[in-house]
Design a protein around this ligand. Sequence first.
Ligand SMILES: Nc1ncnc2c1ncn2[C@@H]1O[C@H](COP(=O)(O)OP(=O)(O)OP(=O)(O)O)[C@@H](O)[C@H]1O
Ligand SMILES: O=P(O)(O)OC[C@@]1(O)O[C@H](CO)[C@@H](O)[C@@H]1O
Length: 311
Amino acid sequence: MKRIMTVTLNPAIDKTVTVDQLTVAGLNRIKEIRVDPGGKGINVAKVLLQFGSPVNAWGFQAGMEGQLLMQMLEEIGIPSSFFQTPGKSRTNLKVVDETTKQTTELNEMGQQPSDQAIREFLEAFEAEMKRTSILVLGGSLPPGLPQDFYRTLTEIAGKNGVRTLLDADGDALAAGIEAGPYAIKPNLHELQLLVGQQLTSDEAIVTAARKLLAGGTEYVAVSMGAEGALIVHREGTFRTRPFPITPISTVGAGDSMVAAMAHCMNEEMPIEEMVRWMTAAGSITASKPGTDVCTLDEVLRKLSEVEVTRV
Ligand SMILES: Nc1ncnc2c1ncn2[C@@H]1O[C@H](COP(=O)(O)OP(=O)(O)OP(=O)(O)O)[C@@H](O)[C@H]1O
Ligand SMILES: O=P(O)(O)OC[C@@]1(O)O[C@H](CO)[C@@H](O)[C@@H]1O
C-alpha cells in the first residue's frame, strides 16, 4: 500500500503549561509542564502511526530545537524526512486554564527556510509522489515561503494522481484551494474568514462549504469544536455530534480529525464510517493533555457513540 505523506513546513515544539486560573497582566504560577512534538502535519502523523497507517512525515527543521523534534519523532517511531535549514525551529506555548478549561495558544512565527533547503525539499517531494497515495498539508507557512506554496505542492501532487488534504488558514488556505485539493478541513472560524461572512446556522455553513466544492475539491469538512462537524461532499452532507468529554487540551483535535480522514480514505472506507472516525478521533484527542493524541483502540470503542445524520 502507498504511504500517506504529511508535510509540516512550520513544525514546533509544543510546550503546554497548566495554571490554576490564567491572569492576564499578572503573575501566573505553572503547575505542570509537558513538551510534545507539534505542528499540524506532525500531529496527523502521530495519529496515523496509532492507526497503523503507513506514514512518512516531511518538513523543515532547524537548530537544537529541530534536533530535539527529530529525536522525539524517532522515539515515537514516525518515519520522517525533515530538511535542515539554518536558524532554530519554533516553540509554541499553550496555556491551559484549569478553571475555565480553556487553552490560550502563543505560536511563534517560525524559521524561514533557506533557498537551498526549499530547492532540496521540492526536488525530493516530487520524487516521493510515486510512493504516496495521500498528501496531508497542515499548518501555517514559515516566513519567507510564498503564500501560494500549498498551491504548488497540491498541483505537483495532482499531476501525480495523489489526493491532497489541506488544513491551513488565511492566505495559505485561500491560495491552496485554487489548486483544487481533494479535501479541506477548516474550522468554523477559518471558514468564516475565508468566505468573509458570519455563518450562524448549519444551513449557512453548508451553503458556504458547497461553494468550495469546485475543481478537484470533493470534501469540505467544517469542524466546530464541541458541536462536532459538518462534512460536505458532492454526494451528500453529514452532520456529526460527538459524545460528551471533559476537554483537557483541544490542541491537535482538528489534526486527529484530518488523520482519521486520511486513514479512512486510504482504506477506502464508506463516507458514513469515515465521518464517525473523524469525530471520534477529534473528541478523544480533545480529552487528552498537551498535544497527546487518540489511539486506535480508543477510537474503535467510541465509534458507535458518535451521532451521525445525513443533512
Ligand atoms: N470540547 C470538545 N468536546 C468534544 N469534542 C471536541 C471538543 N473540541 C474538539 N472536539 C472534537 O474535535 C473536532 C475538531 O475540533 P476543532 O473544531 O476545535 O478543530 P480545530 O479548531 O481545527 O482544532 P486544532 O486546531 O486545535 O487542532 C471536533 O469536530 C470534535 O469532534
Ligand atoms: O501556527 P500553526 O502552524 O497554524 O499551528 C501550529 C499548532 O498550533 O498547530 C498544532 C495543533 O493543531 C500544534 O501542534 C501547533 O503548535
